[in-house]
Design a protein around this ligand. Structure first.
Ligand code: HPA
Length: 273
């Protein structure tokens, strides 16, 4: 499906017709990381299938709701459940919500994800602030005719993750005695996890964690000049010699343990920016 400006405008108009909240922050919550919404002062919940042209989430661990409300006193729009390329969506569909957020007027995008830890000094259920990424997904959301309304054909990627936000997030982690790493996220297509040889390659390539999301959304956000903050929750260890069999249940259990810390960082960051 070729996504046009009008489709994005239709979706944004529909959302805005359902809520008086003018979101300042867009938040995308990753696998097993949806309970931040318990901290929201909820104004409106919109199921994805109600939103014109919106893809519908097919992964059971993603609940598929758009929530408008207040977090730390600020107006936010939260995606509880994101779209992944491995579900069969095009990259344009995966990133459609980010463009809708842009039209709704957000001034920053916050993203969380579950990721495998390649860096041997990282532990289970710890957090990593993403400071840079490597895109190994086989398609790019900006491929095809450029939607000039959203930005230039060849967007800059010298600061995909806002340095100012990263600095504040480190301060928040320190004040709250939260152990936090900072590193490089490599995105893969999935849905299978990686082989030992693949993990080794990704690590040697310069990545600290690996996951199946985030990068498409960040590319589209940066083209549209939206500053981004992103955090990975480490749900499995994949450094040489540490690899074990992993199930979705393991990933969800590890994510649940880390989630309160992740939520605290998002809430405080939103308060301070
Ligand atoms: N690989 C890819 N994606 C992931 C992983 C992993 O090990 N863990 C959570 N998401």
């Amino acid at each position: 499906m070729q996504i046009t400006f009008k489709y994005i405008q239709d979706a944004a108009d529909y959302i805005q017709s359902r809520s008086k909240i003018k979101p300042e922050f867009g938040i995308i919550l990753g696998t097993g990381l949806g309970s931040l919404v318990n901290d929201l002062e909820i104004d409106t919940i919109i199921e994805y299938e109600k939103i014109p042209h919106f893809p519908i989430s097919t992964v059971e661990s993603h609940t598929g709701k758009m929530i408008l409300g207040k977090l730390s006193g600020k107006n936010v729009i939260v995606m509880q459940g994101r779209f992944h390329y491995y579900e069969g969506y095009s990259m344009q569909q995966v990133t459609f919500p980010v463009r809708v957020f842009k039209l709704l007027g957000i001034k920053a995008l916050m993203v969380s994800n579950a990721a495998g830890a390649l860096n041997p000094s990282y532990g289970m259920s710890e957090l990593m602030i993403i400071s840079d990424h490597i895109n190994l997904q086989i398609d790019n959301p900006l491929r095809g005719r450029n939607l000039d309304e959203f930005g230039v054909r060849f967007p800059d990627m010298s600061e995909p993750y806002d340095f100012g936000f990263i600095k504040i997030a480190h301060q928040i982690a320190k004040e709250n005695q939260i152990k936090i790493h900072e590193g490089v996220y490599v995105s893969v297509t999935g849905p299978n996890l990686e082989t030992r040889a693949e993990y080794r390659m990704l690590s040697r390539m310069g990545a600290d964690v690996v996951g199946m999301s985030t990068v498409p959304e960040v590319i589209v956000a940066r083209q549209a000049n939206i500053p981004v903050f992103a955090i990975s929750v480490l749900t499995d260890l994949c450094a040489e010699g540490t690899l074990k069999k992993v199930t979705l249940e393991d990933v969800l259990a590890a994510a649940a343990l880390a989630e309160p810390n992740m939520a605290l960082i998002f809430k405080e960051l939103i308060k301070r920016i």
